[in-house]
Design a protein around this ligand. Structure first.
Ligand SMILES: [Zn+2]
Length: 307
């Protein structure tokens, strides 16, 4: 990993890098479902984000704000904490269903159902909802569906929030949740200590993929989740990014880079990084190989069968 570039006078310089942090499945995604734990996860995550001055955006599933069809004000308050921290919120659909599994009409209805509370909270800060993130990064199985959905998004004032730094933080967090539920502190620590090194290996990979495709490092867009492991390790991760020369920018700023004007023509079933979508469109030779895998013990502890 080449972290530093030596200049003529031999002084190490950190490269200029930019990254937008996007956080999905708000207010919280964890097996720790009781309000006290959800509040603690939210409070700690926002504390880290604020301290590291990260202009993050959170993507909401409003279904989590209801119990038995009734709006739960205490869950809404968790979201309000994000807005009060000065952060932007986007739409991640009401119930987190895959566009590849239901009809476009059903999907669009689920998207619209997922915006009223987010709109209401943003309005208290004079903001409006601007970005949409596909659940599972599933973007449709035909160009017809993609084109119709894009028209729908335009009509409703949404911009798609792409992801370049794809990773499996949710598998780490599932392992962390399970170890917590089993009161296995040793495993929790082991999973936690493997997390930031894994994310660094991923970042290194996406930096290489960007250079392979564009001959330069574009402003990256990171996807992580509002989960337990990030509430404990976001500060270590932010420090890792800073050490690698990253400046945290808004999603809006990242998307100004011309790379993001390239179309997404991917119609496969997987939810993959936009860097891979663009690389596949250009030809398989542009795909960077050796994408890092997660440690076996984490996968095993998570209960997931594969990444
Ligand atoms: Zn999600």
């Amino acid at each position: 990993m080449a972290l530093f570039v030596l200049t003529i006078d031999g002084i190490a310089q950190v490269p200029d890098r930019m990254i937008a942090v996007t956080i999905d499945d708000l207010p919280v995604v964890s097996t720790r479902r009781d309000l006290k734990n959800r509040l603690e996860i939210t409070r700690k995550l926002l504390e880290h984000i604020t301290k590291a001055k990260v202009p993050a955006i959170g993507f909401v599933n409003e279904s989590k704000l209801y119990a038995g069809g009734t709006r739960e004000e205490k869950q809404v308050d968790l979201l309000r904490m994000w807005v009060d921290a000065g952060l932007e919120l986007g739409n991640h659909t009401f119930s987190h269903r895959s566009l590849n599994a239901i009809t476009l009409d059903e999907f669009q209805a689920d998207l619209l159902k997922g915006e009223p509370i987010t709109r209401e909270l943003l309005a208290t800060k004079g903001k409006t909802i601007r970005y949409f993130r596909h659940p599972y990064l599933h973007t449709g199985l035909s160009m017809e569906v993609k084109a119709s959905f894009l028209t729908f998004l335009n009509e409703h004032g949404y911009t798609i929030a792409p992801v370049t730094v794809d990773n499996a933080d949710y598998i780490f967090s599932a392992a962390y949740d399970k170890a917590f539920d089993a009161s296995d502190k040793v495993l929790m620590k082991r999973v936690g200590e493997a997390y930031v090194p894994y994310m660094e290996a991923k970042i290194d990979y996406w930096e290489r993929q960007s250079k392979q495709l564009f001959g330069r490092e574009i402003p990256q867009t990171l996807l992580i989740h509002a989960n337990f492991i990030n509430s404990d390790y976001f500060d270590d991760m932010a420090a890792m990014f800073k050490r690698r020369g990253y400046k945290f920018i808004t999603l809006e700023e990242a998307l100004k880079d011309k790379a993001y004007r390239l179309p997404d023509t991917f119609i496969g079933p997987a939810g993959i990084s936009w860097l891979h979508r663009w690389a596949l469109a250009k030809g398989r030779d542009f795909l960077e190989s050796n994408e890092p895998k997660m440690p076996d013990f984490v996968l095993k502890a998570s209960g997931f069968e594969s990444e």
